[in-house]
Design a protein. Structure first.
Length: 217
């Protein structure tokens, strides 16, 4: 009985992630924090944690999705979940009200934020960067695990361990296969260190494939 209780206590928090978020670095950071992640094609939201649906937007994506009306549809779709959350990421890097695209002004942004909060009843969290975002999602996952919430979607395959999850994420980058992913992880240990590695060192290990990591951040 004691062994069973200890096993439940140290269960890895579970997060279901839309496959299009694979290269956002949030997924990689969640693995480093100790989450068990599972990529699926989600029709609504970017992350599902327990009964909470989370939509993640960088500042630039938030503004562009305002312009093309995608944001309103996505917020409306979140209402299908009893708990929902909008994360706006990158406040330290880009002030939400600076360098606005044509067609948007400060009051339009304020009006949209108020609509999301008051009309759609969707909480908003502003995060500094992908690491900050991952920490919020991980805390929600830990809370869900403690409360033993049922997942809206369940993985049917055996869960990957931490190293397998990191390799799976790396294989999502163009031109990176299992052998290259293993080679990178053997040398750098974490995806974060791979992304921030000296480009020349990367090229010595994997050649021209190193160029794809310049676009990630």
């Amino acid at each position: 009985m004691l062994e069973k209780n200890l096993g439940e206590k140290f269960k890895m928090p579970k997060v279901i992630i839309d496959y299009r978020e694979k290269n956002s670095l949030v997924a990689a950071e969640l693995v480093e924090l100790g989450a068990e992640i599972n990529f699926q094609e989600l029709k609504v939201a970017d992350y599902i944690v327990g009964d909470t649906a989370i939509e993640r937007k960088t500042c630039s994506d938030f503004l562009s999705s305002m312009l093309n009306k995608r944001l309103l549809r996505q917020v409306e779709e979140l209402k299908q979940y009893s708990k929902k959350l909008l994360i706006i990421e990158g406040i330290d890097e880009q002030e939400l009200y600076n360098d606005l695209p044509e067609g948007i002004n400060g009051n339009a942004i304020r009006g949209m934020l108020l609509h999301i909060l008051l009309e759609a009843s969707c909480p908003i969290i502003f995060t500094k960067n992908y690491e900050d975002t991952a920490k919020f999602i991980f805390l929600i996952a830990k809370r869900a695990e403690r409360e033993k919430q049922n997942f809206s979607l369940r993985a049917k395959k055996k869960a990957k361990n931490k190293e397998e999850q990191k390799q799976f994420i790396l294989e999502g980058f163009p031109g990176i296969g299992p052998a290259t992913a293993k080679k990178l992880l053997k040398e750098f240990k974490t995806i974060k260190k791979i992304i921030s590695a000296d480009p020349e060192k990367l090229k010595k290990i994997i050649g021209k494939k190193a160029d794809i990591f310049k676009l990630v951040g």
